[in-house]
Design a binder for this molecule. Structure first.
Ligand code: CA
Length: 218
């Protein structure tokens, strides 16, 4: 049975999440401290970690860096502060597989958990690719047709989001909330700007504009 570690020091949140995950058929384990989270994740008895950023003893970033530094490839979803896009970028840089901004709807969290558990994780590297574009998630390296290209943290996160959902239309709102965090003004054109940057780096044919709906990775 799939076991999920919930590292969260707010009892109200951890019990809400645990209850939901258990009714979705998962086993859960709750810790409320960073050092305990690290020990439990390294012990290899859980399949996925939900990791709060603000934890006592070691914060979520320290736990994550230590986990990845010790070679663990366990899927980690960060629970980030609602107002901090910095948390998101830092979390992805430190090797998080995904993040959910607080406050979140349980269904949103569950969807992320399910999708992370479906992805095969290979030891030592985690590469996702589509066509001639490939991203090494742990090393934060991107290549096009075997040639390495230089992407900023935000461009990398955007490319990752597209590759994980290749062939699907992603709306600007979805991209904003997943790559920039929940607090961005939905009328901002930052998504369009970054899609332009990304097209210039990976080749303009990969990202198609779907009028009135968003973008799709072809
Ligand atoms: Ca906290």
């Amino acid at each position: 049975m799939t076991r999920i570690l919930i590292a969260e020091d707010e009892e109200r949140i951890s019990s809400f999440v645990a209850k939901g995950l258990e009714s979705a058929g998962y086993q859960t384990l709750i810790v409320d401290d960073g050092a305990d989270a690290l020990d439990t994740a390294l012990a290899g008895e859980v399949d996925l970690v939900l990791l709060d950023v603000g934890l006592p003893s070691l914060d979520g970033f320290e736990v994550l860096r230590s986990l990845r530094g010790q070679g663990s490839t366990i899927p980690v979803i960060m629970l980030t502060a609602r107002t901090s896009t910095r948390d998101t970028v830092d979390g992805l840089d430190a090797g998080a597989n995904d993040y959910v901004a607080k406050p979140f709807k349980f269904d949103e969290l569950l969807a992320r958990v399910r999708s992370r558990l479906r992805e095969p994780v290979t030891v030592g590297s985690m590469t996702i690719g589509h066509g001639d574009v490939s991203l090494d998630i742990l090393a934060r390296r991107a290549t096009v047709a075997g040639r390495e290209i230089d992407l900023s943290a935000r461009e990398f996160a955007l490319a990752e989001e597209f590759l994980r959902h290749a062939g699907q239309v992603l709306s600007r709102e979805q991209l904003l909330s997943r790559v920039w965090g929940m607090d961005f003004d939905p009328s901002s054109n930052v998504v369009d700007v970054y899609v332009r940057y990304l097209r210039a780096k990976v080749g303009s044919g990969h990202i198609v504009t779907v009028r009135g709906a968003g973008y799709r990775w072809e």
